[in-house]
Design a protein around this ligand. Structure first.
Ligand SMILES: [Zn+2]
Length: 262
């Protein structure tokens, strides 16, 4: 599940491969844009906004993509045909590089001037230049009865957190995922911790919240259902999390029932 740090790094890789060079090929393998051809246009920049990717091309167009559950972008040297893989949804290539998008959850081309239509609803971006702790806290506090775990995942409150960082910051702060957001005394500290963890991980290929990058040691509770809590030894719990989240966001939440008592 790609979260904001992974998307941030993906944007950097796309930007390094594509920016300042003219596209020699664009291959949209989705029906709606099957005839779209961006070849000949230079790429201005590729940026992330929360978990969204915006690749801006000459002529006032933006390619908006989102990794959703399983998506990824991989950069390959140009030369040779792009992979004949049914998972490939989009290829953007120049004379040096091919950027190949696999299983992308969103692909659309829109006017750069209309980007707000797809990212304007987002709260402050944890890894963005506009990060604003006070605004994120204000948005979280606007629905005080909402469970903390659900509120942290809502990208309209703050953009970039996914299931891993949600579980880990709530554990580190000793907060039950079901505690109402309005009953958390230090929301600013909570979101600032999330920002610090994501910032520390954004340049590396593994997500580590424990300080230990060894396999199996990287997280406190995420992905550790039934294993002993690293602090108290109580088995980590995992529950389906579908209450008011929409179906696409249905996820499992991990927590220690002793360290994060309701
Ligand atoms: Zn514990």
């Amino acid at each position: 599940m790609p979260e904001g740090d992974v998307v941030w790094r993906t944007a950097r890789q796309l930007d390094a491969a594509l920016s300042g060079r003219a596209l020699t090929r664009s291959d949209f393998r989705v029906p709606r844009f099957a005839t779209t051809d961006l070849s000949g246009r230079a790429v201005g920049e590729a940026i992330s906004r929360g978990k969204h990717l915006l690749t801006r091309v000459e002529g006032g167009l933006t390619v908006h993509t989102h990794l959703r559950m399983d998506g990824s972008w991989r950069i390959r040297r140009a030369g040779g045909y792009p992979p004949r893989d049914h998972r490939v949804r989009l290829v953007l290539a120049n004379e040096q590089w091919q950027a190949v998008g696999y299983l992308l959850g969103i692909i659309e081309v829109l006017p750069t001037a209309s980007e707000d239509r797809v990212v304007g609803h987002l709260g402050p971006d944890l890894l963005g230049p506009d990060w604003d702790t006070a605004e994120a806290v204000r948005r979280l506090g606007a629905a005080p009865d909402r469970p903390a775990g659900e509120a942290l995942l809502d990208q309209r409150n703050l953009a970039g957190i996914g299931n891993l960082y949600k579980a880990e910051v709530l554990f580190l702060r000793g907060i039950s995922p079901w505690r109402p957001a309005g009953q958390i005394h230090d929301l600013a500290g909570l979101v600032e911790l999330a920002r610090q963890l994501m910032d520390a991980n954004k340049e590396r290929p593994v997500q580590v919240t424990t300080g230990n990058p060894a396999p199996g040691a990287q997280t406190f509770v995420y992905g550790r259902a039934g294993r002993p809590c690293r602090r108290c030894g109580t088995p980590v719990r995992a529950d389906g999390y579908s209450a008011r989240a929409n179906a696409a966001q249905e996820r499992i939440t991990f927590w220690c029932p002793a360290c994060q008592a309701a």
